[in-house]
Design a protein around this ligand. Structure first.
Ligand SMILES: [Zn+2]
Length: 426
């Protein structure tokens, strides 16, 4: 096995410049904006295509503007070890969420093209559109189309939040499908032997632990109640004794603290997987007053976990807590519609292979659950997948995202090593 380290190092330097350039050209202060199928996302696409061509790679566009990169002479219909991520960003986001994984893939392929051809299986890198949900109200549109999990007939009428134009119109406006260099219509499990995605970490864990690279065990699933409500009774804040109160604020607070207690117990048992958030919590602005016991609270509840049994357990606890609080406090909970997704497990063999390769390179790693990434769609398409998370000081989806060049370089080396090993696996 050869990692062609000198080629890879110089390619990392070049893709770092590419990252900086795209960030500069898509600046939208504060931060950067690359809306899905926008001019800015297309500008990023043009720059990565130009970079790939300069390095002698084949550049193929699918009918939706997702891009595939292959080494010269590789038949696009050949099964490949595949890597990549997305080009778009959230509004006023950071430069690296998504784009770092595209750049990492280009670095590995460009280095492989400059180095010895010592692979039994070829490489493919991909740059996908629209992973972020703000643009069309739902995530992963590019990868879903690319993998054939959704068709344009099914989702083409979705409307972009800022432009009012449909997905179909946006794709057409950028000139797709194009006649030159067409990629395979659908990238499926016959064409992708495994998928590795490098992505910046979106939380503070790696930074706090002093570990440069995380390896995702799963994409967290969730149980969500977007429009929950607790109904009590309004009353005089000074006159009403405690035993007569039906205080909706205290009831929801007790529910929140009950779930928080469960969370702390889980952590005490060494399980850092569970999360929950009451992102919305409000009394009725028309009726509430400092001198009134609150009779109505509306809230959202979002429970997440990487293991399905944890989600099931938390859901059971939620209903037990509610029953107890309703009895104690004389309130009624109406949780409203329930939505959610099941957790997506990353491939255990790939996790072990990446961990092993990082160890050999002297790069510390830790296993951790992660949030939604395009890799989840590859898993849904039946493709063994893994996500490498690179330390990022300030979280993502904000303009302060901060990727250290050396951390990025370490992540790319880990990615490259894993891809070379997969290319020569039996
Ligand atoms: Zn992302």
């Amino acid at each position: 096995m050869t990692d062609a380290p000198s080629h890879l190092d110089s390619c990392i330097t070049e893709v770092w410049e590419l990252l900086e350039r795209i960030g500069h050209e898509t600046t939208d202060s504060p931060g950067i904006t690359r809306a899905a199928w926008s001019r800015n996302e297309e500008l990023a696409a043009d720059l990565v295509r130009a970079f790939a061509r300069r390095h002698g790679l084949q550049v193929l566009n699918d009918a939706f503007g997702n891009i595939q990169f292959l080494l010269p002479g590789v038949d696009p219909e050949t099964p490949c070890v595949t890597t990549g991520s997305h080009l778009d960003s959230v509004p006023h986001g950071g430069n690296y969420d998504g784009l770092a994984g595209v750049a990492a893939g280009l670095a590995v392929l460009a280095a492989a093209n400059a180095g010895p051809a010592d692979r039994a299986r070829p490489f493919r890198a991909v740059a996908m559109r629209c992973e972020e949900s703000p643009w069309f109200g739902t995530a992963y549109l590019g990868s879903r189309l690319m993998l054939g999990l959704s068709t344009l007939d099914e989702i083409g009428d979705l409307v972009r939040s800022d432009s009012g134009k449909s997905l179909r119109q946006h794709i057409q406006n950028l000139g797709y499908p194009r006649t030159d260099g067409a990629a395979a219509p659908v990238l499926n499990s016959a064409l992708v032997t495994s998928f590795l995605e490098l992505h910046i970490e979106q939380g503070p864990l790696l930074e706090a632990d002093g570990v440069p690279v995380g390896i995702a065990t799963a994409v967290r699933g969730n149980v969500r109640f977007p429009d929950a409500r607790c109904i009590g009774a309004y009353g005089h804040s000074a006159a009403l004794p405690r035993r007569f109160r039906q205080d909706a604020v205290l009831a929801v607070a007790e529910l929140a603290l009950g779930l928080d207690g469960y969370w702390k117990d889980r952590i005490a048992q060494g399980d850092e997987d569970f999360v929950f958030t009451l992102g919305k919590f409000s009394t009725d602005a028309v009726q509430h007053a400092m001198t009134k016991v609150a009779g109505d609270v509306r809230f959202s509840l979002n429970i997440g976990a990487a293991v399905k049994t944890s989600l099931d357990e938390a859901r059971t606890l939620l209903f037990d807590l509610i029953k107890g609080i309703e009895n104690d406090r004389g309130v009624t909970f109406e949780l409203g519609r329930e939505v959610g997704t099941t957790p997506t497990r990353m491939d255990p063999a790939l996790i072990a292979l990446i961990e092993d390769g990082a160890g050999a390179l002297g790069i510390a790693t830790r296993r951790m659950p992660t949030v939604g990434h395009d890799a989840a769609m590859f898993v849904r398409a039946g493709i063994p997948s893994a996500v490498m998370l690179v330390r990022n000081a300030n979280g993502s989806h904000n303009s302060d995202e901060a990727l250290d060049r050396e951390d990025f370089a370490g992540g790319v080396r880990v990615l490259g090593r894993a891809m070379h090993r997969l290319a020569n696996a039996r």
